[in-house]
Design a protein. Sequence first.
Length: 480
Amino acid sequence: MPRDLTFFEALLPILAGALVLGLSFVLFGNDATSGPLQTAIVGAAAGAMLIGRRAGHDLASLRDAALAGVTGGFGTIAVLFAVGALLGTWAMSGTLLAFGYYLLQVVSAEYFHVKAALITAVVGFTITSAWTAASTVGICLVGIAQQLGLDPAITAGAVVSGAYFGDKASPRSSKTELAIRTAGVDRMEHAKEALWTSLPTFLLALAGFWWLGEAGLREPMQIVALIDVELHIRPLLLLPLALVLLLAVIGLPPFANMLAGALAGGLVAVVLEPGRVIAFAGGETLGPTLALLKGVWQAMATGFVSTTGAPNIDGFLTRGGMVYMLETIWLIAAALAFGGVVERIGLLHRLVQPIAAAARSPGALVTTVVGTGIATNALTADQTTGIGLSERMLKPSFEAQGMAPVVLSRAAADSATVTSALIPWSGCGAYLAAALGVATFAYAPYAFFNLASPLVTMLFAWAGIRMLRTNRLARPAARP
């Protein structure tokens, strides 16, 4: 019969994991995610399994826990494959370039990061998906920033900030559903209370992007003129983007939506740019039909390679393919396996329970929720687990002190929901890095909304702002 871990046993895998993860970045820098980081996480998972075996868990159950962790993240893996395919066909069809072409005609380079955050916030709120907003409009915005000579890391941080604010502010968001499910809160009540912390935080983020405002090295119309010389841009090229946004509003699951967008991009390329598709396939000897099929197939599988001869355009359009996502999927699978083992051996429960028992004030409770949510994100690489586990572990303490459930759901959303995008090996962080083409550690310092949200919610708690109570207070927890 497995026993509970001692405090030292629970702490040891975390310390060892932090050491090898940090060492991988010290030794390999940004190349750490190309294999060294994955190897470190697998080693940490093996160490956690040894601790679990010492506590009485049999190896078969620990192996099953690791496999269950990976299986639970298959939805994320499938979406990554579909996004890789989408990037390839959208680059080949010109959809990515067309969006940038038309946006450059109405958006100036001044304070571009503020505008990027606002645009993705509107899109994220409308389609209720931070991932879809970032992997469609966000990709284009980062590409435009590069063409303007702006720092893509800052733009990616603005995209992530806006996308997560818009998603989090929407009552119909899947992330809202995660936050309210365990806490037992009405959807609209949660959305209303979440705005008390989210809106000031997003305004702070916008102020940060305004402060970082920088003039581009190139004028937007210069880039528009260059595109006009090399390619024929027309509104019909935006049809795949419009389709993805429409399907997101309707509520189609992300994988099906991204795959439909990829196929639509291939169809638009075949209809509007058949010469480009055939040239890319190198299929002059295959006949038009087979050459077109090969071109779309190849763009979805290995990505598109642009050969216009204009370095700026070729750099923007050479991207995508399912193969491009394999390193990211390897990273996510390793992290999910580690998270499955950590959850099975009860590591987080052992560390959090003493802290939760000692929390005697609303500020201390909310701070514990924030810390638990962030730690769970880092250890399990799964946002769903981060939200659900932090709420399940702290819900009894909130009830004992008569705190309204919406305070718990808001704190979880302000911590576990948004910080998942800042962790390179989590499903969210790895997905966004792969989609935007900017490393998580590069954009994380500029994801101001995601960084500030936990701090603002703790500030509200310690200041006693919107710390709602239930109508019928529970008996206060006895003081030692």
